[in-house]
Design a protein. Sequence first.
Length: 293
Amino acid sequence: MLSIVQNNCKAFADDTKILSTIDSLNSNYNLQSDIDKVCKWSKEWSTQLNVEKCKVVHIGNKNPEFDYKIDSKTLSKSNVERDLGIYIQSDLKWTTQVKNATAKANKMLGLIRKAFKYPCSETIKLLYCSMVRPHLEYAVSAWCPYTEKDINELERVQRRATKLIPEIRNLDYQERLLRLDLTNLRTRRLRGNLIQMYKLVNNYEQIKFNKGINYSLNTKPGNKRYELRRNSYCLTRERIKKCLPRFNFFTNRVVNGWNKLPEDVVNAKSMNSFKAKLDSWLAKQKEATATAL
């Protein structure tokens, strides 16, 4: 089926998505043609489409929002759709995803609180890291929040978790994290982004980005490198105006953190080596920040 579709098409189990950039009437017709081809293919193979479950998500402020049809029935438009466990909004904000992630995490945190009358730090930390935090970090490299409201909402779950331990309940949040040997969720998201970028740079994983990864041109003619105090895989941001979702897209938001990494971290020979060196570097950054304060 994927071979008969002109636009980019993704299929997983019983879900199929057709992705298209609509910049003219011609691209609109091409998308409708792809929908017709999929519909025809499904009839030939006796796998009828459920039109009620087929939705259209229009993304972008200048999207013309054309109507699309299956068997003369206009497809309904949706502002939020769930895809592989992630809620994607038409405005590319992550409010719905954050609310669902925090709701699941808080529910699990409530079960833990009710199950233990006398909680100890080791037990609470183990249960939090294995049963609560994964809800807050599931596929977070794909949907990383960028508004302070969403960032704080996620962090509040970890604040509540650390307050379950009576001995440290009245301490400052940063002090509680230090006692439990935990880091804040913002730092963990940065760590996850850097690990993902290492995988892409070293071809452990391959993702077909629309504009690729923007490597910095920091070499002079004759292969003489500028002295920029940056690593050899330096990245650059796209020039973006008035588009926060694109500004905070993975290939852009990871730039500042990646360019700060020392050469020995970026050139680690293996994934485990990179993680160990990255954790050591993040720990040093944390100590430097604490000393400055």
